[in-house]
Design a protein around this ligand. Structure first.
Ligand SMILES: *Cc1c(COP(=O)(O)O)cnc(C)c1O
Length: 398
């Protein structure tokens, strides 16, 4: 077992109140599933922004690269630097926009590759590189807006943009890309409109012999939805972590959840009927209860809005969370589970006996998306890599 807790003298699974388990076997399996879906000419970018959706960017990047990914995608320059500083050599695309010369110097120094969304930014980047001694050309990625209405140069003006960037010194256009707004919707109308705009832009670029060597459009949902969206590279985040962007995309691949969230019972007590529990006494028990206090709270990433609704797993049984979830702790009704002890492990997300609770379950209750649940787990929870066998039905396929 590998342990990248900041305090190696502590063994988190033995002594910590709460932790996140990362199943590297599941991650490898998911990467291979996507690799198997793609033609050999389409590269797989592992999107590891936001600390690999809370899973730990360095470990995820290294594992994904060993299993068939060839590119890494991050959102910010510091996220890219973290990977380089850990010795990761693969090409790294910074998908967020960078505008300051300082950020651009860091990009050049750490051999990251920026996303360019307008001519001004390209000019600043080129000037910045001119000021650096012995600058080699830096691969840049032109992003066009085809309907996401976030980052990107207007798609109808892609030719002007590419022509401008091409004549600047020190920049080498590596790719042209765009991002889809509705790839997880069962209704493909808007996605098809975006793809049509992308294709039109490609046609114009081709006519002017300005077509970049690499084209990409797909996130996880688009990768699963339609092979026609794969182009030269796909940018996959959520799927690598074993989750599906939407129910109708579940049949395409067999994915395995990578993350489990666990915590320990830190205190057990019996309380009489009529006792108010936690801040505000939102919950007052109408019968005597066996109560377990668990060492995890909203400051660790358990949404407070799930108070009194959350169910967790203990010794293969479900237990109801009661009272307000507090910053560092939450309470369970464990009256129906005999012989629990302080130190026993509670699984908040993952599998225990016959039960599975996933980020999609929390997302539905919290009125959000699984992406936000994953990213919500804070750094005070140690990430612990484990190699758990996969569910029998799927292990044979990998
Ligand atoms: C985050 C992101 C992705 C990955 O999205 P998933 O839905 O998690 O696969 C791909 N492309 C861009 C530009 C992104 O910002």
């Amino acid at each position: 077992m590998l342990n990248w807790d900041h305090t190696p003298s502590l063994e988190p699974m033995r002594c910590c109140r709460a932790w996140v388990e990362i199943n590297l076997a599941a991650l490898q399996h998911n990467v291979r599933q996507f690799r198997g879906l793609l033609p050999a000419t389409t590269q797989l970018m592992a999107v590891v922004k936001a600390d690999a959706y809370g899973h730990g960017a360095v470990t995820v990047a290294q594992t994904a690269l060993q299993s068939g990914a060839t590119w890494l995608g991050v959102a910010t320059v510091p996220e890219g630097i973290e990977l380089r500083a850990a010795g990761v050599q693969a090409p790294i695309l910074v998908m967020g926009a960078v505008n300051s010369p300082e950020e651009m110097q860091a990009i050049a120094h750490w051999r990251l590759q920026p996303t360019l969304v307008n001519p001004k930014q390209a000019l600043v980047f080129s000037d910045t590189l001119s000021g650096l001694a012995a600058a080699r050309p830096v691969g840049v990625h032109l992003k066009i807006d085809t309907g996401m209405t976030r980052l990107g140069f207007p798609w109808a003006e892609a030719v002007d943009f590419a022509r401008f960037v091409r004549q600047l010194p020190h920049l080498k256009i590596d790719s042209l890309y765009s991002h889809l707004a509705t790839a997880d919707s069962p209704d493909p109308t808007i996605m098809q409109q975006q793809q049509q705009r992308f294709k039109t832009a490609l046609g114009h670029l081709q006519q002017q012999q300005l077509l970049p060597p690499r084209l990409h459009l797909a996130n996880t949902a688009a990768t699963l939805a339609d092979p026609d969206l794969h182009y030269d590279l796909v940018r996959v985040g959520l799927g690598l972590y074993g989750l599906y962007p939407a129910p109708h995309l579940q049949s395409r691949l067999d994915l395995q959840p990578v993350m489990q969230v666990k915590a320990r019972i830190t205190h057990l007590k019996d309380v009489p009927a009529g006792t108010g529990i936690s801040y505000g006494h939102q919950y007052v028990c109408d019968r005597p209860l066996r109560l377990a206090v668990v060492g995890i709270g909203y400051a660790d990433g358990v949404p407070r809005v799930l108070s009194n609704r959350l169910q967790v797993m203990v010794k293969g049984r479900l237990a109801q969370q009661i009272g307000a979830i507090t910053m560092d702790q939450l309470m369970l009704d464990v009256s129906h589970i005999p012989s629990l002890q302080e130190g026993d492990v509670v699984t908040l997300l993952g599998r225990d006996g016959p039960h599975i609770i996933g980020p999609d379950d929390w997302a539905a209750m919290a009125n959000t998306i699984s992406w936000e649940i994953l990213c919500g787990f804070k750094h005070r929870l140690p990430r612990i890599a484990v190699e758990q066998p996969l569910a029998a039905s799927t292990a044979v396929q990998s």
